[in-house]
Ligand binder design. Structure first.
Ligand code: AMP
Length: 596
């Protein structure tokens, strides 16, 4: 598409009607908005019926002690049973749960029945290691099926997991292990990235030398790459050996709906990351519902692919819990989009006949840069729906995605949500909403969001301000792990009785919501949250740095890029080597994604 025709298209303020065929058979119709509007809690109570409960909840929301909510609190369920066993019991044991594509090209298929056995063996393993309900397990893994198995095994025995993105450094891992007081770490020797094995175990070994990590009793190690690993006797255990010693059946015990499911750390406006706590029943209800509604998932025929890493919330909610609760068939890809060539994603879509693709604007802009001739070499005709998440999608990228990936036929759902919200909050519905390039548009049924000005007054159509959520929702964070006060202050103090998301937003003349990026000191680099303070603290921990100031600058591909200004100490002098050292130092302290 030439720039001129693109500019014209955007100027026309075009809307794209839902495809007639999709709208005719859509899982969710416009009636859902009316239903939720008439009785919001009744609507969510109905959605909870998607799950299988050992004790059916009678109570929906308890908001008598804001901002601490409980949802479905008198209900009991087992999350792993809901994501795996019940599908097997329903006769879907032979359905593929995961098509795994390793970066080197190795593949594995896991059916729901096989997933059930793996989760059972892993659950027994954790119990044999003395992990009790409520104990925390840290997971530091590549994108392989065992990661999903590990998470589900934790859920099955009621041990909250804390998944730490595999790109984080040993220091960042240690901070998170300490904060959650984890008892076991599950990791791998490494994973494949950019054509070669990339080690993970050494970072775990290093992290476990740090004070505060002493309570980690065992490290379970998956063998993925076969690379050499250092071994600490009596602490380290091979995953495959441990699982082989365990029975293939496991009886799932029910837990209360408010039992903690996981902690996931996200950057805050101070240097210390926040452990976002999610619980079981409400979280699973909303992830399952939104996955069904927003992706219009037809579990019998769709092949779904979310390209996020499981270390981020998108991987938790839309690789593990939402899709598996819905008995979806999905693709999991281990590696980078340009290994061994820039057409890898499109090759995967062609190979597995992917019908629903969920990816990030940064990836789309990267594909734009590589050129449309690359996807054009592949048959993408299986696709029927496209999703976007992680950062605002600019209209140019939206149009490119629609045209060159979606062949002008697939609707695009731009889904706004955060680690804290647990599940999608603002998004078009593919069978209902005429979409607008660049806008997330409408709060989903059962969700209440608006835009307010500095004083907390709702802005009229056509005006901008801050995004707030005005009613509690089932998959909301329950607190910040170990810090109720920080939870109150961060999210509930800026505007009375409303949740402050930290995002700028505007309402257009139709009342549709456009997200404008963060308004706090959090940068969005390739859709990843990084706080300016965190990078500043990392810089001043370098012996040659006296002071540092960090800002996010616009970047055409990654959305924002990190720019650092530093003042050197005493006799230190500015050299190219020092600049390089500082970048490496930050990468070592926080992880390569945080490099200025
Ligand atoms: P995280 O908690 O790491 O998933 O990051 C959440 C943040 O990413 C949000 O607060 C937004 O700033 C941004 N974000 C996520 N999805 C979207 C979207 N569809 N449009 C605009 N911003 C988004």
């Amino acid at each position: 598409m030439s720039n001129e025709s693109l500019a014209n298209l955007l100027k026309e303020e075009r809307r794209f009607e839902p495809p007639a065929e999709l709208a005719a058979h859509a899982n969710v119709t416009a009636q859902a908005y009316a239903r939720a509007e008439a009785d919001r809690l009744g609507f969510w109570a109905e959605q909870a019926e998607r799950l299988s409960w050992t004790t059916t909840p009678r109570q929906t929301l308890d908001w008598s002690n804001p901002p601490f909510a409980t949802w479905f609190a008198d209900g009991e369920l087992n999350v792993a049973h809901n994501c795996v066993d019940r599908h097997v019991h329903a006769g879907l044991g032979d359905r593929v749960a995961i098509h795994f594509e390793g970066e080197p090209g190795d593949t594995r298929t896991l059916t729901y029945a096989q997933l059930q056995t793996e989760v059972a063996r892993a659950a027994h393993t954790l119990t044999a290691l003395g992990v009790h309900p409520g104990d925390r397990v840290a997971i530091y893994m590549p994108m392989i099926p065992e990661t999903v198995v590990a998470m589900l095994a934790c859920a099955r025995i009621g041990a909250p997991h804390s998944v730490v993105f595999g790109g984080f450094s040993a220091d960042a891992l240690a901070t998170r292990i300490t904060d959650a007081d984890a008892r076991v770490v599950i990791t791998a020797d490494g994973g494949y990235r950019r054509g070669k094995p990339s080690a993970l175990k050494p970072a775990v070994d290093e992290a476990l030398t740090r004070p505060g990590t002493e309570n980690v009793r065992n490290v379970l190690v998956v063998r993925r790459t076969g690379q050499e690993v250092a071994w600490t006797k009596d602490r380290d255990i091979w995953w495959h050996q441990a699982l082989d010693a365990q029975p293939h059946q496991h009886t799932a015990q029910p837990f209360p709906a408010e039992h903690p499911l996981f902690i996931l750390y996200t950057s805050g406006t101070t240097g210390r990351p926040k452990g976002i706590l999610h619980t079981s029943g409400g979280y699973l209800t909303q992830t399952a519902y939104t996955h069904h509604a927003v992706f219009d998932l037809k579990p019998d025929t769709d092949v779904y692919w979310c390209t996020a890493d499981v270390g981020w919330v998108t991987g938790h909610s839309y690789i593990v819990y939402g899709p598996l609760a819905n008995a979806a068939t999905q693709v999991i890809y281990e590696g980078t989009p340009d290994t061994p060539h820039q057409g890898r994603f499109w090759e995967i879509i062609e190979k597995y006949k992917v019908t629903i693709l969920y990816t990030a604007p940064t990836a789309i802009r990267t594909f734009m840069k590589w050129g449309e001739h690359i996807p054009a070499q592949h048959d993408l005709s299986s696709l029927r729906l496209l999703g976007s998440v992680g950062e605002p999608i600019n209209p140019e990228a939206w149009m490119w995605y629609r045209r060159h990936i979606g062949a002008d036929r697939c609707p695009i759902v731009d889904t706004w949500w955060q680690t804290e919200t647990g599940a999608m909050m603002i998004s078009p519905l593919p069978g209902v909403t005429p979409t607008k390039p660049g806008s997330a548009q409408t709060p989903l049924p059962g969700i209440a969001a608006t835009v307010v000005d500095d004083t907390g007054t709702e802005v009229p159509h056509g005006h901008g301000g801050y995004l707030v959520l005005t009613q509690p929702w089932p998959s909301m964070l329950r607190t910040i792990w170990g810090d109720d006060q920080r939870y109150r202050e961060t999210y509930w103090s800026r505007f009375t009785d409303r949740y402050f998301a930290g995002d700028g937003a505007k309402k257009d003349d139709d009342g549709d919501i456009w997200l404008l990026g963060r308004v706090d000191d959090v940068m969005l680099v390739s859709g990843h949250n990084i706080s300016t303070t965190e990078v500043e603290s990392a810089l001043v921990s370098h012996p040659k740095i006296a002071e540092a100031a960090v800002v996010g600058a616009n970047d055409p591909t990654t959305g924002q890029a990190i720019v650092a200004f530093v003042i050197l100490r005493g006799t230190a002098t500015e050299t190219d080597t020092l600049t390089h050292d500082l970048r490496t130092h930050v990468a070592h302290t926080l992880g390569p994604i945080a490099k200025p």
